[in-house]
Design a binder for this molecule. Sequence first.
Ligand code: ATP
Ligand code: MG
Length: 350
Amino acid sequence: MWDYAGRDTAIDLGSATVRMHVKGRGVVCREPSLLARSRRTGRILALGAPARLMAGRDPDVKLIRPVREGAPTETDEAEYLMRHLVRTHHGRHYMARPRLVMTVPSGMTSVHYRALQFSAYQAGARRLTLVPTPIAAAVGMGMIEAGPEIAVIADIGAEVTDVGVIAFGGLVTSHTAHVGGASLDRAIAALARREHGVSLSLTAAESAKIAVGAVPPVGRHPVRQAIVEGRDVESGLPRRLVLTTTDVQRAIEGPVAKIVDAVRAGLGGCTPEISGELLSVGVTLTGGSARLPGLERLIRERTGLSAWLGDDTGDAAVIGAADVVRNAAARHPSRDLTPRPHLLTTVPQY
Ligand SMILES: Nc1ncnc2c1ncn2[C@@H]1O[C@H](COP(=O)(O)OP(=O)(O)OP(=O)(O)O)[C@@H](O)[C@H]1O
Ligand SMILES: [Mg+2]
């Protein structure tokens, strides 16, 4: 019966990557959250990775990022992206109307909440459940117990750092900051322009970050070099630029400090009873930007808590979201995981 209507589906609609999990099939998609639209006709020409390839190559193509800071700011495009993914991954069930679970930043505003609700139902959801990202990630890593044990998750993505302290399967406190990997890319592009007179695309800046990026202090990591291509600001001609680990470290120091501040703010909201316990629990890092070498060490130094990378695939949140709904499907109705409003929100259809 579920197969006909569509298998239970979980979507992590990230600012950089959209991930989808389909019951019984696992994670079926990890695509850039991007669409290419024709300026002339208004038609969508490509989605995901093929859309990225069109960037800057055709003056008629406008690239659209439908998700900003973890929320669907371009609702039509977000809906199109979700509908396309749901249909594609439900094979010939063209009219698939699955039960849909989505991860959301824990500090999402009600305006964005309604936008997401609207997009999800337009995209074909039969029922919609929203799960805060820190909870989904904790479930995905097998860290949530129904009891009083505490878990602390810091999900550091592209545009959002979402920190949640979890107990009894729900959020005790959380903090969402609009900073992440994209802030680092912008800082690298700004340094290239300021100090070398080269204008870099954000994709080039991101590739330098992933190739040689690391958290200061300088000297803890061997100095490496990345070669990136951009445009000379004065002459307008193409130019190659060599960026070293030291350049990148200098560029990203500011935004990295903001990420660490966000983690500190997330921990600061706890009551004294819980605060002490955090010392033995530590912080588990998830999200793509948590992979930046040295970030765990800096968080350890600045918070006094142990910190480690819990998930180096980036899939924990979407896997956890799928799991949460399996639990919510009344198999364990007595477990605390199920009924708490701050854990799960099932949103009515318009
Ligand atoms: N090895 C790496 N080192 C540093 N940063 C990385 C690495 N791998 C990926 N990233 C960064 O991680 C970010 C993407 O992470 P993720 O997929 O968790 O984001 P998202 O879920 O789409 O965004 P958000 O949760 O903020 O809406 C990008 O900014 C990317 O540059
Ligand atoms: Mg994310």
